[in-house]
Design a protein around this ligand. Structure first.
Ligand SMILES: [Zn+2]
Length: 367
């Protein structure tokens, strides 16, 4: 699974415009997570939090807040670095995460030409009547940058640095281990749940420890499917290469059950074994097994029916309508990697879940 957003935590926690009078307040980050869930209507949202080390030592935070940040960091839920900006842009570039921040990242415009003028990859938190929410922002284009762009590109090409995202994507297609015992991000037991390694001096390196990582083999490219029930993403599941997953009210062993617990209505028209998804590693097929049929929504056209056991190859961004109010969404971003020889699963840090576990159950903001 992969994160949907990369969040510059230091930026958020220190921003007084997000409420509270303290110079630094972890509640701003926690309220932002709730705001992102509301904005995306995605209960299963994943956030990759990146903080400067200085935030974890910040005396403007309470001891409890600092302890919490250290716990998240040690559990591999957030990443702490000397300089978070580099890392956030790296993640957005290779993994396709959207970025939540206040920064303009002007220093990065030359190396990452997709940033200037971008309208859909950056979000800015705002404090509204209902708490913290986010809104899309347009990244500035500096006249200076525009003028020198051609020249810069030539320079970068000659240094072999241009099109920097390619090696980063290749890093995502492998699994890595850090030799530091108990490394939170690249430890032995982390498995496939690992983030993007850094690429420095020709080697894949641990973002926490800076050491070269050991390549332990290819990372299976899994497809992420979101389950949307009555307009809200209730959960998501993964399909590995060569795997077939049946979905429905009671699809049987190995299937993915769409139950009342996910908000699926009793009389939804969903069959017990409604449809199956098969991921070959290169193409995803959906097959209908239902009584009332399945429909596929592609772009703005009217959804087209799939009935009587027919199969159809899916495209990035397709929605599969199983019944009224019960849909499967295929991440467009995941398909970004379709062409790579061994396509990756981008990193994830379940900070939103961490916040739910460690914070929300208490039912009150920490005092
Ligand atoms: Zn490490």
């Amino acid at each position: 699974m992969d994160a949907d957003f990369a969040v510059d935590m230091s930026n958020i926690v220190r921003e007084r415009r997000l409420g509270g009078d303290r110079p630094a307040d972890l509640r701003r980050f926690i309220h932002l997570l709730k705001g992102l869930v509301a904005y995306t209507r995605d209960e299963s949202l994943k956030v990759y939090g990146v903080a400067d080390w200085s935030l974890l030592r910040n005396r403007d935070l309470t001891q409890d807040e600092r302890d919490r940040l250290h716990r998240w960091r040690n559990a591999g839920l957030i990443e702490a670095l000397d300089k978070a900006d580099d890392r956030i842009i790296e993640l957005a570039d290779a993994g396709g995460q959207r970025v939540v921040c206040f920064d303009k990242y002007e220093d990065y415009h030359r190396d990452y030409p997709w940033i200037p003028g971008n309208r859909d990859r950056f979000l800015e938190p705002v404090l509204g009547p209902a708490g913290i929410t986010v809104r899309p922002r347009e990244m500035p284009i500096s006249p200076d940058w525009r003028l020198s762009r051609k020249e810069e590109e030539g320079l970068l090409k000659s240094k072999g640095l241009h099109n920097g995202s390619r090696p980063r994507r290749e890093l995502l297609s492998r699994l890595w281990v850090c030799e530091v015992p108990d490394c939170p991000m690249f430890g032995q037991d982390r498995g496939e749940q690992q983030p993007l390694p850094r690429h420095r001096s020709g080697a894949a390196r641990c973002p926490s420890h800076g050491q070269p990582l050991t390549d332990i083999g290819p990372r299976p490219h899994r497809i992420q499917v979101k389950v949307r029930v009555r307009g809200r993403v209730a959960t998501r599941f993964l399909i590995g290469p060569g795997e077939t997953i049946h979905v429905g009210r009671a699809p049987g062993p190995g299937g993915f059950a769409l139950t009342a617990a996910l908000g699926v209505p009793e009389q939804s028209g969903l069959s017990r074994d409604h449809a199956s998804l098969r991921w070959t590693g290169a193409k995803l097929f959906v097959t209908d097994h239902s009584r009332f049929g399945t429909r596929v929504r592609r772009g703005v056209a009217e959804p087209f029916p799939l009935t009587g056991g027919r199969s159809l190859p899916m495209r990035a961004g397709d929605d599969i309508i199983l019944a009224d109010g019960v849909e499967l969404m295929l991440s467009g971003r995941e398909f970004l990697f379709e062409d790579s020889p061994a396509a990756p699963t981008p990193p994830e840090v379940q900070a939103a879940e961490a916040a739910r576990r460690t914070y929300l159950p208490e039912g009150r903001p920490d005092a």
